[in-house]
Write a protein that binds this ligand. Structure first.
Ligand code: SAH
Length: 590
């Protein structure tokens, strides 16, 4: 588990608390600061430790009872935005309770993280949105402003809430009372209803509108040596205001490498609360811009700094929304230029392997991606496998067997429309499954995230023993997509190379001669007593595991729910388990 961001203060009062504290400190040595209360557990010492931690840290873990913590914290409380998040861990380390600052203070996230560090510890989160499984507006990713509390409450209470997106930001599922409309901006448009607005435009939020601020904008800046920060800040703010854009959506100030340490730019970025990103002059020179000029070419080696840097920072598909403009200072020449580029937030396609079936073989990452998705695309039987994990309101596009290409195309089209899509498959979604048809369709304008899953060959191998201990291959016997000659050539090659072979799609009602034929090819190079594992429904209800031999396998027990793993010449059956030795010395003379 990675350490959460920021500085985490650790406060404890008892020996048991100190032991738990030391585990957390050891897990995140860089991110934590121990507030030592010595050996005395006198309340004054703990009180002063907590007071210091409260002033110095972004978050705090108290190894104290909630009651004691509440009493000590009460006089320190300021406001929700600036107070640190506080998590309490009990003496027995059973619970990590998010006590204060669940969302804004990051305590919910910290409670989960602490619980992962302490064996047997469970996170306790009581903020309403997390408790009823609706994503908090402030956990959706982008910063949020306006009537966050009122709109969150409306979402939670099931009141009608409008979602208006000026930019197609990929959101996870929102509950059914939140409906997307494209009318108005919801802010002061007189509609009176609650609105979640996703926009990079400058709007005055009213008391019923929460505004999500995705980082769509990049401000390119050029500056002569010694340009004052005031001049740069004023220019940036005026450029955004004139274009009706929000400073909250600026991802960075972008400029040329040579200006990385220019004090005015560094200070302006600090005041605007954004990082500085710099690019080599050659990279900037290669960006086509509407207003190239001689001055920067001579000074830093590129005909454009502001426009080129803004465009480059936003990447492919960026458009210039404010062309280069100069600062205006009375009585002397301008020392700064600025331009603004925008890119639509990219849609997100997660390709998620669900594992062979059992819930505990679904990875935590796969689970997170399912909950991050607004749209889930998959085969109906796989959707059924994980439906309970989806957030209420997730749009599910399921289809039956055979519609692979259509599923792939749908998933990609949804992501290109700017949505957060999870394309699911059993086992690993890249093994004889959806990842390749989807990525064959996908363009560069979406983000793709792959989540590996336990593929059938591995799930079966774990049940059989250690059949894959040396070099091995998987071969699908389905000749629907692959001509039989090709399959046969590969089986022969595997036979000659003495590879352990796992057959996927081994046999169906209409395809019954391929498996015997493939086994016969292997038998030309392996003895009849070569171990063969037959696993049906690995880690699913109806699981069946058998170890037999090449000479004795009855192909009629094999169907499409089964994988068949054939050992190599060194594979042995030991105590009923298939074992393929690792060392070449074991290979014998075969
Ligand atoms: N993407 C899947 C494979 C899809 S091909 C994966 O990575 O596992 C479908 C074939 O996989 C089936 O015909 C069967 O041979 C095999 N298979 C999938 N799940 C299985 C399971 N739980 N037990 C045994 N075989 C399985």
């Amino acid at each position: 588990m990675n350490a959460p961001n920021g500085l985490i203060g650790l406060v404890s009062a008892t020996a048991a608390g100190r032991r738990a504290r030391d585990l957390v400190a050891a897990a995140w040595p860089e991110a934590t600061r121990v507030y030592d209360t010595g050996d005395q557990s006198g309340a004054d010492t703990v009180r002063s430790a907590l007071t210091r931690a409260f002033a110095e840290c972004d978050r705090i873990v108290c190894f104290l009872a909630t009651g004691a913590t509440v009493r000590l914290l009460a006089p320190l409380l300021g406001d929700k935005e600036s107070d640190p998040g506080v998590v309490c861990v009990d003496e027995a380390r059973r619970y990590a309770v998010a006590l204060l600052g669940g969302h804004a203070g990051g305590a919910n996230e910290l409670a989960h993280a602490v619980a992962e560090v302490l064996p047997g510890c469970r996170p306790v989160v009581t903020t309403a949105t997390d408790a009823v499984d609706v994503p908090g507006l402030d956990t959706l990713g982008p910063p949020v402003e306006g009537a966050v509390a009122a709109v969150s409450r409306a979402v939670l209470d099931g009141e009608p809430v409008r979602l208006v997106r000026h930019v197609p930001f990929p959101l996870p599922a929102l509950p059914e009372n939140v409906t997307e409309t494209d009318g108005g901006d919801g802010a002061g448009d007189g509609s009176g209803g609650y609105t979640v607005l996703v926009t990079d435009r400058a709007v005055e939020p009213d008391d019923r509108t929460a505004v999500l601020r995705p980082a769509t904008l990049s401000v390119g800046v050029g500056a002569s040596r010694g340009a004052p920060a005031d001049e740069i800040v004023e220019l940036v703010e005026r450029s955004l205001t004139d274009a009706g854009l929000s400073l909250r959506c600026v991802a960075e100030l972008a400029t040329v490498d040579a200006k990385a340490d220019e004090p005015g730019i560094v200070e302006a970025a600090r005041r605007l609360g954004v990082p500085v990103r710099t690019y080599p002059a050659e990279a900037l020179a290669a960006v086509p811009v509407p207003h190239p000029s001689q001055a920067p070419l001579a000074a830093v080696g590129t005909p454009s700094v502001a426009e080129a840097a803004a465009l480059l920072a936003r990447g492919e598909g960026a458009e210039l929304v404010v062309p280069k403009r100069k600062s205006e200072v009375q009585g002397r020449a301008a020392m700064a230029t600025c331009a603004v580029a925008r890119r639509r937030p990219r849609g997100r396609l997660a390709i998620v392997g669900l594992g062979p079936g059992a819930r505990d073989l679904l990875t935590p990452r796969a689970r997170d991606e399912l909950r991050r998705a607004g749209v889930v695309v998959g085969l109906d039987q796989y959707v059924a496998q994980i439906r309970d994990l989806l957030r209420p309101g997730t749009r599910v596009l399921e289809s039956g067997l055979g519609a692979e290409e259509e599923r792939a195309r749908t998933a990609v089209a949804e992501a290109r429309a700017g949505r957060a899509v999870a394309l699911i498959g059993s086992g690993d979604a890249g093994v004889y499954a959806m990842a390749s048809p989807a990525l064959a369709e996908a363009s560069a304008d979406i983000d793709v995230v792959g989540v590996p899953g336990v593929t059938a060959a591995l799930a079966a191998a774990a049940l059989l023993g250690a059949p894959l201990g040396h070099d091995h291959v998987s071969i699908s016997l389905s000749d629907l997509h692959t001509p039989w000659e090709v399959i046969e050539r590969r089986v022969r090659a595997a036979a000659e190379a003495d590879l352990v072979v796992t057959f996927y799609n081994p046999r169906s009602r209409g395809r019954d001669w391929q498996l015997p034929k493939a086994l016969a090819l292997l038998a030309e190079h392996r003895s009849p007593d070569t171990p063969v594992g037959v696993v049906r429904n690995a880690s699913r209800p109806g699981e069946r595991v058998a170890v037999t031999t090449l000479g004795e396998l009855d192909p009629t027990v094999v169907d499409m729910m089964t994988v068949v793993t054939v050992g190599n010449t060194a594979t042995r059956t030991v105590a009923g388990r298939m074992v393929t030795p690792r060392g070449y010395r074991w290979q014998g003379g075969a």
